[in-house]
Ligand binder design. Sequence first.
Ligand code: AMP
Length: 550
Amino acid sequence: MFSTMQDVPLTVTRILVHGALAHGKAQVVTWTGDGEPQRRTFHEVGLRSIQLANALHDELGVEEGQVVGSLMWNNCEHLEAYLAVPSMGAVLHTLNLRLPAAQLTWVVNHAADRVIIVNGSLLPLLAPLLPGLKSVEHVVVAGPGDRSVLDGCRATVHDYEELIEGRPVRYPWPVIDERRAAALCYTSGTTGDPKGVAYSHRSIYLHSMQINSVEGFGMSGKEMVLPVVPMFHANAWGTTHSAFMTGASILMPDRFLQPGPLADMIETVRPTVSAAVPTIWQGLLAELDARPRDVSSLREVYIGGAACPPSLMKAFEERHGIRVVHAWGMTELSPLGSVAHPPAGLTAEEEWRYRESQGLFPASVEYRLTSADGELVPLDGTSVGELEVRGPWIAGAYFGGAEGEPFRPEDKFTPDGWLKTGDVGAITEDGFLTLTDRAKDVIKSGGEWISSVELENHLMAHPDVAEAAVVAVPDEKWGERPLATVVLKDGSGIGYEALRAFLSERVAHWQLPERWALIEEVPKTSVGKFDKKVIRRRYADGELEVTQLA
Ligand code: AMP
C-alpha cells in the first residue's frame, strides 16, 4: 500500500520563499570592518536573490543544470547566490579561495563553471587564473576592489549591484526534482585531485532541518548565528540554509576572520551561536585572554572539522562562559555526522566524558565500524575500527565532472553503499563516537595503535603549549613511533623532558614520544586544519631539528 501523503519535492526554493516571507524581519548583518555593518532583512535578501536569478537567466543566459561558481567570503551577496542559483535549477559551485591556484583552476574546469561571482577583494586571486578557466564566460564582481586587473580578460565583466538593479522581484521557479544537484563542493583532499560532492536539493533540505533541531545546533528565530566556517567549506556546515529556514539572523564575518575583528564583531553585533574549526577558536581564545571583550551573547559554539582539544573547550567555558559543543562531519556528509550533546541526568562533571567525544549520530546517519579485513567491529566503546556511514545527506559517489560519470573509488565506497570515512575510532553501546585518528595518521608501534589525537590533546592542555601535532615516523625496532612537534607559547622555555613527564602522567609509558621537535606553527590546510602530511614530509626531508630522548 502506498501512503496517501503529498509528494512535494524538498528544494532550496522552498527555503528561499519561506525565509523571505515567514521570517522577513530576520537580519543578515555583514561585518565591513569600518564602522557600520551592512544590514539587510531576510525579506530584502529574498527579493535580491530573485533579482539575481532573473539577471543570471535573462542577462547571462544561465540555464537549468549549468554551473555558477562563487569565489566569495561569507557575506550577504554570497547568501543571495546560495538561494538564487539552485532555486533557478542551476548549480552553485562554491570555490575554496585558499586552494592552490592549480587546484582552483582544476576544479573550475572540471565542473565547467560558466559564471563566477567574485568578491572585489578576491580579484587579484581570480584575474591571473582566468586565461586558464576554459568554460568561464561571465565574471560578476560584488563589493569593492580594483577591477582594472580584469582588463583584457576574455570573460564579460559585470558589476553585481548594477546587474540585479531594477530586475523583477518575481521568478517563474522551475519544478525541480529534489534529487537534482543544487550545490557543488570539492573536498580539500590532501592527496590527489580534489573530489566533488554534488549536494541535492533534498539533501540540503533534510540536513538543514537536522542542523535546526535541538540535537543539532538548536537554531530558531531567537538566535543569531555567526558562521566563521567558510561558505565554501561544506555550505558553512549548513548554518545559512538552516537559518533561512527558521529565521535565525546571520552575522557574516566577510573577510575579517582574524581573532581581533571576530572578537569585536561578537561584542558589537551579539550573535548567539557560532561554528568553526578548532584553530579559529584557539586564536579567539588567546585574543580574549589578552584583550577581554563582552562575548556574553554567545550561547554555544560548535567546534568540528578536526578533533577539538578538551582543554580548549574547558578554557572557553571557565574563562569566558561560552559552552563549546564538539561535532564531527565531512564534506561528503553535508557535513553533519555527529554532535556531542550529553545524555540527560548527568552531573556537569559526568557530562564531560560525552562532551569530549565526537558525539551521537542523528537518525539519518547510519553507522558501523569495520576492521582492516572488512569484519564488523563491536560497538562496545573500546574496540576500534574504521567508521562507515550511510544516509540521505551522505555522498554515494563523487561528481565525475561536466563530461564524466559519477565515480565510486573502492577506498571510499563499499559495494553495499556505505561511505568509508577514513576515520578510526570506537563507538559506545549508547552510540557515542570517539575518534582516535584519521586512518592515515594512525601510529602503529610494535603492533599496537597509538592515538596521535590523544597525545595532541594532552600536550595542548599544557599551559606552555600553544599547538602540538603528533605524526608517525618510521622506526627500525617498532615499525613506527610518534614524533611530537610542538609550538610553545611566547616566552616559554620549557624542555622536552618536562613535556614528556607531563604526558607520562596521562598515557601509558609505551605511548610516550621519544622524538621531539619545536616548530613555529603547525602547518594548516586550506580549511584551517592541521596538515600532518607537511610535517611528515619535513621530517623525511630532514628539515626538522629533532631531539631524541633516551
Ligand atoms: P572535510 O571534508 O575537509 O571537512 O574533512 C573531514 C574530516 O575532518 C573527517 O573525515 C575527519 O577526519 C575530520 N574531522 C571532522 N570533524 C572532526 C572531529 N570533531 N574530530 C576529529 N576529526 C574530525
